[in-house]
Write a protein that binds this ligand. Structure first.
Ligand code: IPE
Ligand code: MG
Length: 228
């Protein structure tokens, strides 16, 4: 969800005002996903590297998470959304850690949409914590075991990764899980990313041919013999 800061700066507003608008955009995006039958939505809300931002912006983002826990979680519950928080919780204040666990417990019976919020998350953190866990348990490290130890093992790998704000980078998001994802880059700043923009991204995705290492003929079902 990139572009909140620029959205605010262009309007001569403090950056935190952009993050507030970003929360509104996120609420609409979650609703749209539920309405159109998306099963899983995973968003990058705060990265392991975002602590390096100015202290007032970090404080604003933490306050916004606390506000969202109080104000948005009841709405998610009413809409049948199950929330998970993905990231290193040990770096968050204990009260906030309790709030995250409470939101997860409250919504754990919901299945309309699985909503993963990556907070204090990094793709490298996830791979490293998964490997460390397997090593501590003396388990062999394979693609399957490592994948199962990642923080997103409860959902399938993403089909589509959307980056807003005109940047063409992955910035440490879903490094392991996005191996075969389709990428969509939107010029829109996140606060402007509305239902139409989401529909456009999905229409773009639907144009792609996903080959997973095979040839175009193979995935189109032309007769062939497989080597293995
Ligand atoms: C939101 O956008 C990302 C978060 C860390 C919440 P940015 O804050 O990166 O916005 P820009 O890139 O400065 O516009
Ligand atoms: Mg940015």
């Amino acid at each position: 969800m990139d572009g909140n800061g620029r959205w605010a700066t262009r309007r001569m507003l403090p950056r935190v005002a952009g993050h507030k608008m970003g929360l509104d955009a996120l609420r609409n995006c979650v609703r749209r996903c539920g309405d159109i039958g998306v099963n899983v939505l995973t968003v990058f809300a705060f990265s392991s590297e975002n602590w390096k931002r100015p202290i007032e912006e970090v404080a604003g983002l933490l306050d916004l998470l606390a506000l969202a826990l109080a104000r948005e979680v009841p709405l998610l519950q009413a809409e049948g959304v199950r929330i998970h928080f993905i990231g290193d919780r040990s770096g968050l204040p204990p009260k906030m850690q309790a709030g995250l666990a409470q939101a997860e417990a409250l919504t754990s019976g919901n299945s309309r949409l699985v909503f993963n919020v990556c907070f204090n998350y990094g793709g490298r953190w996830d791979i490293a914590q998964a490997a460390a866990r397997l090593a501590a348990e003396g388990q062999p490290i394979t693609e399957a075991s490592l994948g199962a130890a990642t923080a997103l093992a409860h959902v399938p790998d993403p089909d589509l990764v959307i980056r807003t704000g005109g940047e063409h980078r992955i910035s440490n998001f879903l490094l392991w899980q996005s191996a075969y994802a389709e990428f969509h880059f939107s010029e829109k700043l996140w606060p402007e990313f509305d239902a139409q923009a989401l529909d456009d991204a999905i229409a773009d995705f639907n144009q792609r041919e996903r080959r997973f290492g095979k040839t175009s003929d193979q995935v189109r079902g032309a007769p062939h013999r497989e080597a293995a």
